[in-house]
Write a protein that binds this ligand. Structure first.
Ligand SMILES: Nc1ncnc2c1ncn2[C@@H]1O[C@H](COP(=O)(O)OP(=O)(O)OP(=O)(O)O)[C@@H](O)[C@H]1O
Ligand SMILES: [Mg+2]
Length: 345
């Protein structure tokens, strides 16, 4: 089943659009005060010493700015960034090539670093820690191990699942930044900036409306801006008003809280098929005909964040707020997963 969702994997055109909206400097980034402060100190210290930045691990749900921050770091350090991803590195030789080509201070960005295969990951350890690699040539009798020294570079890893990283890999990063969902006010500033860049005329109330329906995520607010602009161009004079935003989001089936049909399908599966849970993620995924990974990466984090769902040792359970939002009668008991909150309701 294809996932028609406004905010899962963007196509190349979408990616270009989002790239054009990326802030390039730390100052131009909005929100993430804690990360920006820590990053600023790290950057200043490295610049003062004239040394490359320690390796950086960026973690957080999709669309919060991991790729953006990686590029900002490269821009702030005035260095070159090379981009790859965990699943794209299939052979030791590929990684070996990339690493040996790095100049002092260069950055290598590995997206989805939790999906590196085990052999590659182990190959990376000395490259991270001691800036050297032990490369075993596959040809010849028994192969031969050659030791290469690398220039001092910075690896930036991004992951939606820091919990899936081995302790050994995690421990080799010097900086660990956890991105949080953005406040409505921050998203409003982000979308205002995007609208200005795109020369879209918009009433402030229209942009605030978009911000409040973007699930705390800059990627979503930027994508919705684009869809709403289309609508305004076709159905009106191009100017964004609250009424235009509402009408466009209605067509996209995005509700008042910013949940889309995939979010609602998930909640319906949990509530109708599994009595509100607790239900295992595999079971929910099977019921919906979706990949477990999609649900864990792009659906659950926000539902957990807003308290619609909790994770218990026995699986996921829907909370009363989810029933209320969907207009479903509350069950007498919210599953048999006792949690503190239910005692006080
Ligand atoms: N702090 C920020 N200020 C302004 N815009 C931002 C910020 N963070 C992200 N954005 C915007 O949000 C969009 C998505 O950001 P980005 O691609 O960096 O997310 P990501 O965390 O790498 O997502 P994914 O996990 O899906 O790869 C971009 O268009 C970018 O312009
Ligand atoms: Mg990214």
């Amino acid at each position: 089943m294809a996932i028609e969702r406004v905010f899962t994997q963007p196509g190349p055109d979408e990616e270009r659009y989002l790239t054009s909206l990326r802030p390039q400097t730390l100052d131009a980034c909005i929100g993430q005060e804690v990360v920006r402060e820590q990053l600023w100190i790290g950057l200043e210290a490295a610049r003062k010493r004239g040394e490359p930045l320690d390796h950086v691990l960026l973690d957080g749900p999709p669309g919060l700015g991991k790729t953006t921050f990686a590029h900002v770091i490269a821009h702030e350090m005035g260095t070159t960034i090379r981009v790859t991803s965990g699943p794209a590195i299939t052979r030791q030789g590929d990684l070996m090539m990339m690493l040996t080509q790095l100049e002092t201070g260069d950055i290598i960005f590995i997206d989805e670093v939790h999906r590196l295969n085990k052999v590659i990951e182990e190959f990376l350890y000395p490259a991270l820690e001691d800036f050297r690699v032990d490369y075993t040539t596959e040809s010849g009798i028994g192969g031969r191990t050659v030791n290469f020294a690398l220039k001092r570079y910075t690896l930036i890893g991004a992951t939606t699942r820091a919990g899936m990283l081995s302790a050994a890999l995690r421990g080799r990063f010097g900086h660990f930044f956890h991105l949080q969902y953005y406040s409505r006010e921050e998203l409003a500033r982000i979308v205002r900036r995007s609208a200005e860049l795109l020369k879209v005329e918009a009433e402030p109330a229209a942009l605030e409306r978009l911000a409040s329906r973007s699930r705390g995520t800059p990627r979503i607010v930027n994508r919705l801006l684009r869809r709403v602009r289309d609508y305004a161009d076709v159905r009106a004079d191009g100017r964004l008003t609250p009424a235009i935003v509402d009408a466009a989001l209605e067509i996209l089936q995005i509700d008042g809280l910013g949940l889309d049909s995939l979010d609602r399908d998930y909640l319906h599966a949990l509530i109708k098929h599994y009595d509100g849970g607790p239900a295992g993620i595999e079971a929910i995924a099977a019921t919906m005909g979706h990949e477990r990974d999609t649900l864990e990466d792009v659906v659950e984090p926000y539902l957990l964040q807003i308290g619609f769902v909790i994770r218990t040792p026995r699986g996921r359970a829907a909370r009363p707020a989810a029933y209320e939002h969907l207009g479903l009668p509350r069950p007498k008991h919210t599953g048999d997963a006792p949690d503190q909150a239910s005692l006080f309701e």
